[in-house]
Design a protein around this ligand. Structure first.
Ligand SMILES: [Zn+2]
Length: 289
């Protein structure tokens, strides 16, 4: 598992793995971020990617269960010419990932999303499916809503197939953000119809950035009545219908001129009669009904 031969190097990698496992369990046990075995996590050190195996949950990860992969062949696949057959889909990614394994080789398989973990330059990568983020990521006009609410602090990535297509879409979105703004791509990525990726060089930063998208983050969600239009039954928002989408759009306008306008209230009241809503913004005076 360790990539350095010196005792100092060993302790560095072991320390990083312990940090990653603690982070994984924290988010894996939080139902607002993780349901079932969903999500994945990784840490990079000395050209090796340590990633959660496929088919296991974040909440039960151990340092011994982590899979180690050589980052180089993963990046080569990502940067291969478009002529290289992408048609291999997830099978091609899995084939390259299995060949990239270092250390013990057994029948465990790395996540099919291994490529974006290798691509992102930050040390720690956490991918989850928070209910609040997916309220935006799964909404009609989600990109527009994310832009209005969070501006350039979020990178929006359009829905695409998992594996190589998704990793390339993330790479392209990061490049275009950097060209457009002249700034580094933000550490939070909203995947359309999917979930959230947070990338940072320390687990403390991952905690801080992720906390912003927690339903417990009142500053984030109080700014808009978006929370009023989100259903709470089940692990993710139920299929949004036209009325739900209208209420979300109304909230987008509302956030620009101040929450709690009459039109917004009437829209959300109608929505509540039809959709089960959750009070993510709590009982603050402006939001209590
Ligand atoms: Zn996912």
């Amino acid at each position: 598992m360790n990539t350095k031969s010196t005792p100092e190097g060993q302790s560095t990698v072991d320390g990083l793995l312990n940090e990653m496992v603690a982070l994984s369990r924290r988010f894996g046990e939080d139902p607002e971020f993780t349901r079932g075995g969903g999500g994945n996590i990784s840490v990079k050190a000395d050209g090796i990617l340590y990633i959660k195996p496929s088919g296991t949950s974040l909440s039960t990860l151990t340092p011994q269960s982590v899979i180690a992969l050589d980052v180089r062949p993963l990046l080569e696949l990502l940067d291969a010419s478009p002529e290289r057959p992408v048609g291999g889909g997830t099978d091609l990614v899995m084939q390259v990932a299995i060949e990239a394994r270092v250390g013990v080789r057994d029948d465990r398989r790395p996540s099919v999303e291994t490529l974006f973990h290798a691509l992102l330059p930050e040390r720690f990568i956490l991918h989850t499916h928070p209910t609040t983020v997916n309220a935006v990521a799964c909404a009609t006009h989600g990109a527009e809503i994310a832009e209005r609410l969070f501006g350039s602090s979020v990178l929006w990535v359009r829905y695409t197939d998992p594996g190589l297509p998704l990793a390339r879409a993330i790479r392209d979105a990061r490049r275009s953000h950097e060209e457009r703004t002249g700034k580094a791509a933000p550490p939070a990525i909203f995947l359309q119809n999917h979930g959230l990726i947070v990338a940072a060089d320390s687990t403390a930063e991952i905690d801080d950035i992720s906390a912003r998208w927690s339903p417990r983050s009142r500053p984030t969600w109080r700014s808009c009545r978006l929370s009023r239009g989100v259903t709470s039954k089940g692990s993710r928002p139920s299929r949004p219908g036209p009325r739900w989408a209208r209420s979300v759009r109304r909230c987008g306008r509302c956030s620009r001129r101040g929450a709690g306008s009459r039109s917004c209230r009437s829209t959300t009241r109608r929505s509540r009669s039809r959709w089960r809503v959750r009070r993510w913004v709590g009982n603050s005076p402006s939001s209590a009904r």
